[in-house]
Write a protein that binds this ligand. Structure first.
Ligand SMILES: [Zn+2]
Length: 499
C-alpha cells in the first residue's frame, strides 16, 4: 500500500469560493458540455447511490429509540455546523488540471477540480435553500496524489488498478486530522469527509455511486466520480447524515418510499393506477408499499431530482430551483420547531412560512392498519408538497402546492408518502377540492384545495358526515371509471394484431 505522496495546497472555504474562482487560473470549463451528457445519466446515478447506504439506513433505523422531545430538539434559531472535508484523490502522473476521463487510458481526471467544487457548492446551496440557517455547511477542499493500492479484473480478465476500501478509510482519517489541525477548525462543527477518487476505479464505487456511513462517531461519504457531477447524489448522501439532535448527527434520514394504490393482476397488467378509498379498504384490496424504496418524487431521498443549475444546451443559464429538496415530512424531522396542529376537522392553510402552521400530525392508534402496512409507522402527517420545479420559494403564493399525506416512524427518520389519490400527485383548479386520504379508524377524510391565489389548504372532514361520504362516493366512482378504462386497454392489447 503506497502512502500519500503529495498534498497540494489548494484549499478553499465555501464562504469565499466565489473569490477563489475569480482568482483561479483554471481553464474555463463548459458546464453546458457536462449538462449535455449528464441528463440521462442522472437517474442511473441516483438509483445506484442508494444501494449501499440503504442497508445501513434500515438497520440503524430499527436500532434507534426515541430520544428527547422531538419538539425541542432544534429551535428555529439554532444552527448545526458541518465542515465538509472534500478530498479529491488521483494517481501520480495524472494532469491535475484535467477532467473528462472516460477510462481511455489517458492521464486525465474524471471530474476535475472545478466540477467537484461546482457539485459540492450546488449541494450546499440546495440544502441551505431548503433548511435555511439550521444546517450550515462549509467546505475545506484539498487534492491528494495517491496511487491506487489494489487492483481488480474486468470482464475480459484484464487487471486494472483500484482504490480499496482501506484507502477510503485512510483518507477519511487523514481528512479528519487535517481539518482538526487547521487554524480555522471549529470544534463545534461536525466533520464529514467526502472522498472522491478522481482518476482510477474505487472498490466502493462498485457498490454504489454514493455511500453515506451513518456513524455518529465518524460520519463520512464516498462518492464516485464515474457518473455525472450534476444531480442529487451529494444532497442525498448528506440527507443520510443530517439529524436535528447534534449528539446524533450522522444518523440521518432513510429513503422515502410510497404507499401506492396501484394494483396489478396476476399477469402483471395494471388494473388500478390510482385510487381513492379509505386506507383500510385499500390495504384490504392489496395496496401496499411500492417495491421501489425510493419511490417518492418529493425528495432527493427518493427519486426526486431537482433544481439542477447551470446552463441548458443552448447555453442559457438555468436559475437554481427553489423547490425544497426534502419532503415536508422530512423537513419536519430536520426542523422540529415547525408549527403543527392535530389532524382534526377543519380547514387549514398550511404554509412554509416560519411563523405559520406547517402541517398536521396525529399519532396512529396501536391497532391502526398502517402499522401493519408500513414498517415502524408511528404518526400520520399532512403537509404541503410543492407541485413542480420552480424558481420561486415554497413560501411564494405563485408556487403551486398540493396536500401530501405521509407516515412517519417513531424516530422521525423514516417517512413514506401515502399516495391515495386518483391521479397520483396533482394540482387542482381554483375552487375545487380533491380527496387525498380517508381513514375509518381515525374517522377522517382529507381534501386538498386551492381557494385562490396562493391559498392552498387542507380540509379535514369527519368521515361520518354526509358531506364526507358524498365526496368519498364520488371519488370511488371516479376510481372505478378510471380502472375500467385501464382494464379495457389491456383487453384491447390482448387482441391479435390485424394486418
Ligand atoms: Zn441512500
Amino acid at each position: 500500500m503506497k502512502s500519500i505522496t503529495t498534498i497540494t495546497t489548494k484549499e478553499t472555504d465555501s464562504t469565499n469560493s466565489a473569490d477563489h474562482r475569480d482568482t483561479s487560473t483554471r481553464q474555463d470549463l463548459s458546464r453546458r458540455k457536462f449538462l449535455g451528457y449528464s441528463t440521462s445519466a442522472v437517474a442511473g446515478a441516483m438509483i445506484g447511490s442508494l444501494l449501499g447506504a440503504s442497508r445501513a439506513g434500515i438497520t440503524d433505523k430499527e436500532q434507534s429509540p426515541v430520544r428527547g422531545s422531538r419538539e425541542t430538539l432544534l429551535s428555529r434559531d439554532d444552527t448545526i455546523k458541518i465542515t465538509l472535508g472534500v478530498v479529491a484523490v488521483y494517481a501520480t502522473g495524472i494532469d491535475s488540471k484535467s477532467y473528462g476521463n472516460g477510462d481511455d487510458g489517458s492521464n486525465r481526471r474524471h471530474w476535475g477540480e472545478e466540477n467537484i467544487q461546482l457539485a459540492v457548492d450546488d449541494a450546499i446551496k440546495q440544502i441551505e435553500n431548503t433548511l435555511g440557517g439550521n444546517y450550515k455547511l462549509s467546505t475545506r477542499y484539498r487534492e491528494v496524489v495517491d496511487d491506487p493500492d489494489g487492483s481488480d479484473t474486468d470482464a475480459d480478465g484484464r487487471q486494472f488498478p483500484m482504490y480499496t476500501k482501506a484507502a477510503f478509510e485512510r483518507h477519511v482519517d487523514s481528512t479528519r486530522e487535517w481539518i482538526r489541525s487547521r487554524d480555522d477548525y471549529d470544534p463545534d462543527s461536525h466533520i464529514v469527509p467526502l472522498i472522491l477518487f478522481d482518476s482510477d476505479k474505487s472498490e466502493l464505487g462498485k457498490e454504489a455511486v454514493g455511500l453515506a456511513y451513518m456513524d455518529p462517531s465518524k460520519p463520512r461519504i464516498h462518492f464516485s466520480t464515474r457518473g455525472t457531477p450534476f444531480g442529487s447524489g451529494i444532497t442525498h448522501e448528506m440527507g443520510h447524515l443530517l439529524n436535528p439532535d447534534g449528539g446524533r448527527f450522522g444518523e440521518g434520514m432513510a429513503h422515502e418510499g410510497v404507499f401506492t394504490a396501484q394494483l396489478t393482476d396476476e399477469n402483471g397488467n395494471l388494473t388500478q393506477v390510482g385510487a381513492v378509498d379509505t386506507i383500510q379498504v385499500l390495504v384490504e384490496q392489496g395496496c401496499k408499499l411500492d417495491s421501489n424504496p425510493y419511490a417518492s418524487i418529493h425528495t432527493v431521498m427518493g427519486s426526486g431530482l431537482m433544481n439542477n443549475s447551470g446552463k441548458d444546451i443552448n447555453g442559457v443559464e438555468i436559475p437554481t430551483g427553489q423547490k425544497p429538496i426534502y419532503s415536508p415530512a422530512e423537513m419536519l424531522f430536520l426542523q422540529p420547531w415547525r408549527q403543527t396542529g392535530d389532524i382534526a376537522p377543519g380547514k387549514y392553510q398550511l404554509s412554509y412560512e416560519e411563523d405559520k402552521v406547517f402541517g398536521l400530525v396525529s399519532d396512529l392508534p396501536p391497532d391502526h392498519i398502517l402499522r401493519t402496512a408500513i414498517p415502524n409507522a408511528d404518526r400520520l402527517f399532512i403537509g404541503m408538497n410543492v407541485a413542480q420545479s420552480t424558481d420561486k420559494p415554497p413560501t411564494s403564493p405563485e408556487t403551486e402546492k398540493f396536500v401530501g399525506v405521509y407516515v412517519i416512524s417513531n424516530d422521525g427518520r423514516s417517512t413514506f408518502e401515502i399516495r391515495t389519490t386518483i391521479f397520483g400527485t396533482s394540482t387542482q383548479p381554483e375552487g375545487k377540492e380533491e380527496v387525498v386520504y380517508a381513514d375509518e379508524q381515525l374517522g377522517i377524510l382529507v381534501a386538498s384545495g386551492c381557494g385562490g391565489r396562493g391559498e392552498y389548504y387542507a380540509r379535514v372532514l369527519d368521515l361520518s358526515t354526509d358531506e364526507a361520504q358524498l365526496m368519498l362516493d364520488k371519488s370511488r366512482q371516479q376510481t372505478a371509471e378510471r380502472s375500467q378504462l385501464i382494464a379495457s386497454k389491456h383487453t384491447d392489447n390482448n387482441q391479435p394484431t390485424k394486418n
